[in-house]
Design a protein around this ligand. Structure first.
Ligand code: RUQ
Ligand code: CUA
Length: 659
């Protein structure tokens, strides 16, 4: 997000004196207590208590940390290609990054959301959003791999996403940029925003058993910017709440023009009602184009399908789906407490934090306590929806998580701090400085019905002077706080991958024992699998050559290949025959224009390689797998086009040529 200077914010917020809220916290050196190291210490050989799933922002990936140690356990490739793992480079994974625009090798992942059952994290999947080319990904927490990516039509800037309902019935995604609908003429003047631009919210269904996603329906809403959202829970289950900014509907110089109104909105959506209308056949079929990409664990391959239709409800035609609640000023975070009663809106330019009451919202709707309409939809009177305001909490409130004990923790970007406050009586209880400019924060389960409030992690945008200098760019950082007592205590800093926005954490017990160790070779249904060295072969099909290769400590079979001709497209289909945990093999060949392969035990992956010149090409295993890893290599001979050298392959001795 944009970095304002203290001065700019002081100007924007005018009324607050800066001396009260210094932008850079003092006592940087002394902020850590003497027992901090012991609290974050996880002895060598011991497991962490929590998994932390952290969005990678502009890296497009998701990273997994252990808590409280802050150890980086894994980077899961999601929306960006990853040459380390062959993601987006192997023939099998390319389809995962397909979109209606073709293959998109990068995106911007802002939010992670763990699946829930009855409002509690269930440890099955974690979802992530692609902000730029709107998509939602589902990562399987047995393999820690991206299992599915679905594209969202009628959207642009999928920021208010992916947030889920309390039984993961839907993953919900609100568009950041309103745009003309995909089936409308989009060739319109930008200054016709007010007439032609619409904001779309997608409800993506998630299959209970296998997690498969489909767009169940979309809501066509007024053309504002949806920033963030959260589902209702408990009593407010069936509702969804979205923060909206740019209710001015500006299309230029938003930093000024979208900050005009004293209040923007939280949009309350009765999604159960919308679901009823859809079931009653009220949806309009709209023709669109979007990709639905799935990875099949049995064939070890992804398929991409372009779908051409969605069901859309125009909320204007159904007066009981959407309601606007005024919320000061350019709200960012929109967070619902564990009871489902309180909805916290964080206006990033506001000097207070409003807390809305679900019961009061319901009463106001029943009593038609409206102050007017916005784009034909009712606007509830602010005071009627309000539980109360947290006064003078800090500067630049962004996000709130909960401890399940009646307290909320809100991040303040400008004053660089976390503020703990009591939801009922709206009293500030504690504040802790962050270094610096905190964005999101996380408490394990902190957006669910059942938080696990041992730690809080702050994700900071600026790291200046915290780490050894590494040139102009410094890594973003996370800071771990112990929140088990009344006061928050900073216990650890750790650097992060990309720019973390939201993250979630969960007790390790929920996931660690389900984690897959190998793929069973007997279950491998890859069309080019070789289930043993006896099944290896090299087959020519015109200008294409298929190499069925296997790996096992410490050789590749075959390891001598001749009869390849200049210009041939060679497909190395490599099956890792190992059936032991943590024994991947890698594959690389000189001159490859893509990346390595990293093949897990029992898996088959394919690297395409074009023989561009005559000569000898060594190939080798890239993952140090055994004492004889350096011996795990081979040679491929490329002859001129039309050469009489027969196609042959061997290991140890020359094997018969395959037909
Ligand atoms: S955002 S730093 Cu992209 Cu969730 Cu608030
Ligand atoms: Cu296999 Cu190194």
């Amino acid at each position: 997000m944009t970095q304002f200077s203290c001065k700019q914010w002081a100007l924007l917020i005018g009324c607050l004196s800066l001396s009260m809220f210094a932008c850079k916290p003092k006592n940087t050196g002394s902020a850590v207590g003497a027992d901090a190291a012991a609290k974050a210490y996880v002895a060598p050989g011991q497991y962490d208590q929590f998994y932390n799933f952290v969005s990678g922002g502009f890296s497009g990936q998701m990273s997994v940390y252990g808590l409280p140690s802050g150890r980086l356990l894994r980077v899961i490739p999601v929306f960006s290609v990853d040459p380390e793992k062959g993601w987006g480079y192997s023939e099998e994974t390319k389809a995962m990054l397909n979109t209606s625009h073709g293959m998109v090798p990068w995106d911007d992942l802002h939010h992670t959301e763990l699946s829930q059952t009855n409002g509690e994290i269930d440890g099955r999947w974690v979802f992530g959003n692609a902000n730029n080319t709107p998509r939602v990904a589902r990562i399987d927490l047995t393999t820690f791999r991206t299992a599915e990516i679905i594209e969202l039509p009628n959207s642009a800037g999928n920021h208010s996403s992916p947030f889920i309902t309390e039984n993961t019935e839907y993953v919900v995604a609100g568009t950041r940029f309103s745009v003309p609908p995909d089936d409308a003429n989009g060739d319109v003047a930008i200054d016709t925003y007010k007439d032609n631009f619409k904001g779309t919210i997608s409800f993506i269904s998630v299959d209970k058993n296998d997690g498969k996603m489909d767009i169940a329906f979309q809501l066509q809403c007024p053309g504002v910017n949806f920033d963030l959202s959260h589902a209702g829970k408990g009593k407010s289950n069936g509702w969804f709440f979205f923060s909206c900014y740019n209710t001015e509907k500006a299309s230029t110089l938003l930093e000024v023009n979208a900050s005009q109104r004293d209040k923007d909105f939280i949009m309350a959506v009765n999604w159960k009602k919308a679901e009823e209308y859809i079931k009653a056949g009220k949806g309009r079929k709209q023709s669109v184009k979007y990709a639905s990409n799935r990875y099949d664990e049995k064939t070890h391959s992804a398929t991409s399908q372009i779908k051409t239709e969605v069901l859309v409800l125009d909320v204007k035609d159904f007066k009981d789906i959407c309601y606007f609640i005024p919320c000061p000023k350019s709200p960012h975070g929109c967070d619902v407490d564990p009871t489902g009663e309180y909805i916290v809106g964080s206006g990033k330019l506001a000097a207070l934090v409003p807390v809305f009451s679900f019961d009061k919202i319901q009463k106001a709707i029943a009593a038609k306590d409206f102050i007017g309409e916005f784009d034909g939809l009712p606007v509830i009177k602010y005071e009627s929806a309000l539980h109360g305001e947290l006064q003078k909490p800090g500067l630049g409130p962004l996000h709130t998580e909960f401890d399940g004990k009646g307290n909320a923790y809100t991040s303040f970007f400008v004053s660089s701090e976390v503020v703990k406050w009591n939801i009922k009586d709206l009293k500030v209880l504690d504040r802790a400085a962050t270094y610096y400019s905190i964005g999101h924060l996380t408490i394990p389960g902190g957006d669910s019905k059942k938080p696990d409030p041992k730690y809080l992690i702050a994700y900071n945008k600026i790291t200046k002077d915290r780490y050894l200098p590494t040139g102009p760019e410094l890594s973003q950082s996370a800071q771990l706080f112990d929140i088990s007592g009344d006061k928050m205590q900073l216990i650890l800093d750790f650097p992060t991958i990309g720019e973390p926005h939201y993250a979630q954490a969960v007790r390790a017990d929920l996931i660690k024992d389900k984690s897959l160790k190998i793929f069973k070779i007997d279950d491998n249904q890859h069309p080019y699998v070789a289930k043993g060295e006896g099944a290896t072969k090299v087959v020519r099909e015109g200008g294409k050559v298929h190499v069925y290769m296997t790996t096992i400590r410490s050789h590749l079979a075959p390891d001598n290949i001749e009869g390849i001709q200049q210009g041939d497209e060679v497909y190395f289909h490599i099956t890792n025959l190992e059936q032991d945990w943590d024994v991947p093999h890698g594959f690389a060949i000189k001159g490859a224009n893509n990346a390595e392969l990293l093949i897990m035990p029992g898996e088959t992956q394919t690297l395409k390689w074009v023989a561009d010149r005559v000569g000898i090409y060594p190939f080798y295993c890239t993952d140090f797998c055994s004492a004889l890893h350096q011996e795990m290599s081979g040679y491929l001979r490329v002859s001129p086009k039309g050469s009489k050298v027969p196609l042959q392959f061997s290991i140890g001795k020359t094997a018969p040529v395959s037909k």
